[in-house]
Design a protein around this ligand. Structure first.
Ligand code: AP5
Ligand code: MG
Length: 218
């Protein structure tokens, strides 16, 4: 399946994507994680992305679209992928449509995670991620690691993301409403959107998401 996951910052996209990708045996492609990996490796792309990310703004399309395309062209994504955080504005959605058309394939579903803003703020405030792999995500209260400050998956150090500061979060939410939410209408016009509540336990949200994807695939 080819799936786009959309939802506000802190909705639980990365958390859900890890389970959904495993269940569906497709790679989880997160542009945020790709940028963070570039930043920790000190690449030119990482250096360019960091200033935008630290301010909570979108990294320019010219950089982002090429990076996402390169990742989607890797062998493991030939039969499907789960996109998390891409596309993030209408021009990225149009670029993705073009790329899929070139490959004679199409999206199967756009899964929209709905969470009230006060919950998003709590989720972000307590989030801790792994230095070795920013796809390893925890929460000090809702999903604590077995040992404080240590990643359960790989033993890496847990830390708070630079863009999880309160003022940056406010801007990320604003950017989500103005630039990213319009892609929901863009995909609704293609009949692809299925909205689920991302409230409640992580496993319950995964079950809801799997049921919605099975309906879309039927
Ligand atoms: P990105 O990394 O994509 O961040 P985001 O969209 O803001 O989303 P988050 O990663 O903050 O949240 P999430 O929904 O993944 O939630 P999570 O699972 O971690 O992007 C970062 C930046 O990179 C952007 O601001 C931009 O600068 C740049 N960028 C990325 N893609 C781009 C693009 N396409 N174009 C341009 N720029 C781009 O969960 C949050 C917390 O909640 C965790 O602590 C988790 O444990 C907890 N949690 C999860 N589910 C539950 C639950 N059910 N109950 C309780 N707690 C839960
Ligand atoms: Mg994420």
């Amino acid at each position: 399946m080819r799936i786009v996951l959309v939802g506000p910052p802190g909705a639980g996209k990365g958390t859900q994507a890890a389970y959904l990708a495993e269940n569906l045996a497709i790679p989880h492609i997160s542009t945020g994680d790709l940028f963070r990996a570039n930043i920790s490796q000190g690449t030119p792309l990482g250096l360019e992305a960091k200033s935008y990310m630290d301010a909570g703004n979108l990294v320019p399309d010219e950089v982002t679209i090429g990076m996402a395309r390169d990742r989607m062209n890797q062998a493991d994504a030939a039969n499907g992928f789960l996109l998390d955080g891409f596309p993030r504005n209408v021009s990225q959605a149009e670029a993705l449509d073009e790329a899929l058309k070139d490959d004679s394939v199409q999206l199967d579903a756009v899964l929209d995670l709905e969470v009230p803003e006060d919950e998003v703020v709590k989720r972000i405030a307590g989030r801790r991620i792994c230095r070795k792999d920013s796809g390893h995500v925890f929460h000090v209260a809702y999903n604590p690691p077995k040992q404080e400050g240590v990643c359960d998956v790989c033993g890496g150090e847990l830390y708070q993301r630079d863009d999880d500061r309160e003022d940056t979060v406010r801007n990320r939410l604003e950017v989500y409403h103005t630039q990213t939410e319009p892609i929901i209408d863009y995909y609704r016009a293609q009949g692809l959107v299925t909205t689920i509540s991302a409230m409640g336990k992580v496993q319950d949200v995964t079950a809801r998401a799997m049921a919605a994807l099975e309906r879309e695939a039927a």
